[in-house]
Design a protein. Structure first.
Length: 311
C-alpha cells in the first residue's frame, strides 16, 4: 500500500470517530449568549462523569495492575501527545509534592518532549519511531507500567510506545475516548471512555480532556492509597515545602492524634517535617527514631505502624 493511500485511509478512519463528529445539538453556538453557551458547555461536561462511570470496572482493573507494579518497585509512565500528554504531565508532576514520591516513580513522556508541554510541536504525534524509541530511552521493562493516552485512540506516537512497552514486558494500559481503538488493541488493559462529540467538533481538549483528568486522578490517587501513602483521607506523605503546607501538616496531625497545636508543631519539627513520623510519635509516646523504625517495618504504612503497637 502506498504512503498516500495509507494516509487517505487514516484520514477516513479519523473522520469516523465519535470525538470528531459535529453534534447537531451544538450547531449555531456562535449565536448563543455567553450565559447560554456556558450552560451548554456545562451540560456537556456533566455527561463525562456518566461516561467514566460506565467503564469503572476497566479503570479499577488497570489501577490494580499498576499499583501491583509500583508496590514491587516498578515505575509508572504516562505517554501522550497534545492535550492528553499535557494532562499526563500535570498529573505526574503532582505526585512528588502530594505523596513524597521519587520524581522518577511517575513521569509523563510527551510527543515532542519538553517543548510540547507549552504548545503544539508539529508532526511529533505522528512519529511512530520516536514513540518506540522513547520506551527504549527510558529503559522500560517488565517491572514498569505504561499508560498510553489518546482521545482518538489512534495517535501513532502513543500506539507505537505502548506496543514497544508491551514487547519489553511492561504492563500496558490504553486509554482513549472512543471505542474499538487501535490503542486498545495494542495494550493489555483498555479504558475507553465514550464521551461522544465535542461542543466544538474535534476539540478534544474539552470533554475528552475532562475525562482524561478524571481517570488520571483515579490512577495516581488510588495507586498511592494502595501503597499506603494516605491514612484515612489524609495525605500523610505530602512534602512540607512551604508555610501553607506546614499549617496543613499540623492540622492533619492534630485531627488524627487530638494533640494541641504546640505539641503537633513540636512533633512535626522533631520528625523532620514527616507527618507520619510525627503521628506515630504522638500516638505511641516515642521518639522520632523509633517511630521511623516502626514505619519501616510497616513498609511506610501509618495504619500498620500504629497497629504493630496494639498487636
Amino acid at each position: 500500500m502506498s504512503e498516500s493511500t495509507e494516509r487517505l485511509r487514516a484520514r477516513a478512519h479519523l473522520a469516523m470517530l465519535a470525538t470528531e463528529q459535529a453534534d447537531p445539538r451544538y450547531a449555531g453556538i456562535e449565536r448563543l449568549s455567553t450565559l447560554e453557551l456556558a450552560r451548554t458547555m456545562n451540560e456537556a461536561d456533566a455527561s463525562v462523569s456518566a461516561a467514566v462511570a460506565a467503564v469503572l470496572p476497566d479503570v479499577a482493573a488497570a489501577i490494580d495492575a499498576v499499583a501491583d507494579r509500583l508496590a514491587k518497585g516498578g515505575r509508572l509512565r504516562y505517554v501522550g501527545a497534545g492535550t492528553a500528554g499535557r494532562m499526563a504531565v500535570m498529573d505526574a508532576a503532582e505526585c512528588p509534592p502530594t505523596f513524597s514520591t521519587d520524581p522518577e516513580l511517575v513521569k509523563a513522556i510527551l510527543a515532542g518532549g519538553k517543548a510540547a508541554e507549552g504548545g503544539a510541536v508539529e508532526g511529533t504525534e505522528d512519529d511512530e519511531a520516536a514513540g518506540a524509541a522513547a520506551m527504549a530511552a527510558d529503559g522500560i521493562g517488565p517491572a514498569d507500567a505504561v499508560v498510553g493516552l489518546a482521545a482518538s485512540g489512534r495517535t501513532p506516537f502513543v500506539v507505537a510506545a505502548v506496543r514497544e512497552a508491551r514487547r519489553r514486558g511492561a504492563l500496558t494500559v490504553g486509554f482513549s475516548c472512543n471505542t474499538g481503538t487501535v490503542l486498545s488493541e495494542a495494550a493489555e488493559h483498555r479504558i475507553e471512555v465514550a464521551v461522544g462529540p465535542e461542543v466544538v467538533a474535534g476539540s478534544t481538549r474539552l470533554k475528552s480532556g475532562t475525562a482524561q483528568k478524571f481517570v488520571l486522578n483515579m490512577i495516581s490517587t488510588i495507586s498511592m492509597v494502595q501503597l499506603g501513602k494516605v491514612y484515612r483521607n489524609y495525605m500523610v506523605d505530602m512534602r512540607v515545602a512551604n508555610s501553607k503546607l506546614a499549617a496543613r501538616a499540623v492540622r492533619m496531625i492534630r485531627e488524627i492524634t487530638g494533640a494541641e497545636p504546640e505539641a503537633a508543631e513540636a512533633a512535626l519539627a522533631a520528625a523532620g517535617n514527616r507527618v507520619k513520623t510525627a503521628v506515630v510519635m504522638l500516638e505511641l509516646g516515642i521518639g522520632a527514631e523509633e517511630a521511623e523504625a516502626r514505619l519501616g517495618r510497616a513498609e511506610g504504612r501509618l495504619a500498620g505502624a500504629l497497629t504493630e503497637a496494639a498487636a
